[in-house]
Design a protein around this ligand. Structure first.
Ligand code: ADP
Length: 270
């Protein structure tokens, strides 16, 4: 089977990657899966959407196929295409088709980045039909029982033209995740990095101070992911201020003035 750099297949593992829930998202995911409904995850980058899906796939015993949305990703990249092999034309399944056939969880990250023609293949899979029409090969596939469609997007970071269409949104059960509340976020940072409780708490305080900024120059604010990266650097021996500067502050902007302002915030907290 060919593999494409566009997608990654995670084998079924017995140990689910650690996920510390913010609320009832684990049971909501389980119930959505049991009801054979598709799920839309909304939330800022680095807040735990991908980790939740990885955790749930392992928990539900389903293989996980992940594709990241980008502006060149179209329907054929998901469904498959004919390729010439040794003079023959052969059909090669794309990642979505493989998930539909094998009953995997298919996770399309940052769906609004992808080309609009993907809705043609997602809609019939997202409603009661659970079907995937393969126009090019003429097949109409019924999704295997364990198949689940999960999309994610970041509602806060969007092009006016790139919002999710109501006709797509209304086919999905939706779950919003934000950044975890401070105590939980500190536990996550600590368990993901092996840093001390104190360091985790300091990084969370920094994140809270940065998140309070309403600077329009910032497209994104300090995410849990950035805190985990800083904590890993610190746990590996780097001084905390350097680790926070490299992993958190520098990730938020390229503008010298903005960086100086963010560094001031860091200085006041760490
Ligand atoms: P997103 O998909 O929302 O961009 P991720 O799921 O990749 O974010 O989360 C980034 C990192 O933050 C993860 O790799 C993990 O280390 C950590 N993380 C965030 N939320 C949680 C959580 N609830 N439990 C465990 N780890 C988490």
């Amino acid at each position: 089977m060919r593999t494409s750099p566009l997608h990654a297949v995670a084998p079924i593992t017995t140990a689910a990657p650690s996920y510390l829930p913010q609320a009832d998202e684990v049971s909501l995911f389980e119930q959505t899966f049991a009801a054979r409904l598709p799920l839309l995850l909304k939330g800022p980058t680095g807040c735990g959407k991908t980790r939740l899906v990885e955790h749930m796939a392992a928990r539900l015993g389903r293989p996980l196929i992940t594709v990241s949305g980008h502006d060149d990703l179209g329907a054929a990249d998901l469904t498959g295409r004919f390729l010439i092999e040794g003079g023959d034309t052969v059909w090669v399944d794309g990642p979505l088709t493989r998930a539909v056939r094998s009953g995997a969880i298919f996770y399309l990250d940052e769906v609004v980045e992808a080309r609009k023609d993907i809705t043609v293949v997602l809609h019939p899979l997202a409603d009661d039909r659970r079907q995937l029409p393969l126009d090019r090969s003429g097949e109409l596939l019924e999704a295997a029982p364990g198949f689940m469609l999960v999309l994610s997007y970041n509602p806060g970071y969007q092009h006016l033209l790139k919002g999710l269409k109501p006709s797509t949104r209304q086919r999905f059960v939706a779950l919003s995740l934000g950044y975890p509340e401070p105590q939980l976020e500190a536990r996550i940072v600590q368990s993901e990095s092996g840093c001390s409780v104190e360091v985790a708490q300091q990084l969370v305080r920094l994140a809270q101070a940065l998140r309070r900024l309403t600077d329009h120059d910032l497209e994104e604010t300090a995410s849990t992911r950035l805190l985990v990266m800083a904590a890993r650097l610190q746990a590996g021996g780097m001084a905390l201020p350097q680790a926070a500067r490299a992993a958190v502050i520098e990730a938020l902007s390229d503008d010298a003035q903005t960086l100086a302002a963010l560094a001031e915030v860091q200085h006041a907290v760490l």
